[in-house]
Write a protein that binds this ligand. Sequence first.
Ligand code: ATP
Ligand code: MG
Length: 329
Amino acid sequence: MKTIFSGIQPSGTLTLGNYLGALKHFVDLQNDYNCYFCVVDEHAITVPQDRLQLRENIRSLAALYIASGIDVSKSTLFIQSEVPEHTQLGWMLQCVSYIGELERMTQFKDKSQGGKEGVTSGLLTYPPLMAADILLYKTDIVPVGEDQKQHLELTRNLAQRFNNKYNDIFTVPEVSIPKVGARIMSLQEPTNKMSKSDANQKAFISMLDDEKKILKKVKSAVTDSEGVVKYDKENKPGVANLLTIYSICSGISVEDLEEKYQNTGYGVFKEDVAQAVIATLKPIQERYDQLIQSDELDDMLDQGANHASFQANKMLKKAKKAMGLGRVR
Ligand code: ATP
Ligand code: MG
C-alpha cells in the first residue's frame, strides 16, 4: 500500500478552500492508502502567533480533520510538535538546502513582502522542515493544492540530493493536485487564493462559519457588473470561483449550473451558492461540536503521535547514520 502525507497549518480556522482543495480528498484517499495527516504547528510559528489562539487552532484543526471524515482506525492523525523527529530531520535537511533556492520560493517572497527585517528566518527555512515531514514516512504521494507545488518540487530535489550525496534512503515523493478545487479563490480578491490567514475576514468562508455568516460572505463576494453566470476565469474570476465552489459542494457540473442560471441575476445565484456551502459544512460542524472538548480527541491524537513517532524514528536513525551524526551503536 502506498503512503500519503499531508499537513495543514493551524494558522487560523480552516477555510472552505482548505476543505475543497485538501480535506475532502483525504477522506476518499484513506481507504486506498496508508495516510499520515499532520497538524503542522511548527510551520505556523514562522509568522507571529498568539499563544492561546495557536493552542485553540491546533485542537480545532485536529477536530476538523475527524469531523470531515478522517478515521483514525485507518489513518494516522497527529500534531507535528509532538513528534520531535520532524525538527531533527528538518535541521539536517536545512544543511542540504541552499539559501538561493529557498529565497526563490514564491510563498517566502509573498509572505516577506514587508521587507526582510521583520521576517523570521523560519519563514525562509520552512520548506526543508516540510520536506522532513514528508520524507520521514517514506511518502509516495503528497496531495496538495496548487500553492504547494513549488515546495513539493524542492522536497523532491532535497531527497534526491541527500540520496546522491549520503545514502539512498529517501523515497522521492510524487505530488498530486486535484483537478477541481485545487485553487479556491478569495471572495474579495478573486485573483488571489483563499487563505485562512487572510486579515480580511470577508475574503474567506471558515469551515465553522454559521449560516448567517456564510450567506453574508457569499452575498458580498466580488463579482462583476455583467450579471451573467458564466465560467470565465480570465474575465470573470469572481463568478468562476463561485461556480467552482457551488459545483463541488452540490455535485452539479459547471455547465449545468451555467444553464440553470442563464436568466437569473447574481442575487439568486449567490443565494443558492450559499445554501450549497451551508449544506456541505453543516454535518461537519455538528460532529465538530461533539468532538472539540472531548477526551476522545486527546486519545486519538496520543495514539497518532505514538504511531508517527515510531515510524519517524526509524527513518531519522537512517538519516543520522548516512550523515555521520552521533555515535555508532
Ligand atoms: P496560510 O494562509 O496560513 O498559508 P492556507 O489556507 O494557505 O493558510 P495551508 O495550511 O497553507 O492553508 O494549506 C493546507 C492545505 O490546503 C494544503 O494542501 C493547500 O494546498 C490547501 N489549500 C490552501 N489554500 C487553498 C485554496 N485556496 N484552494 C485549494 N486548496 C488550498
Ligand atoms: Mg498556505
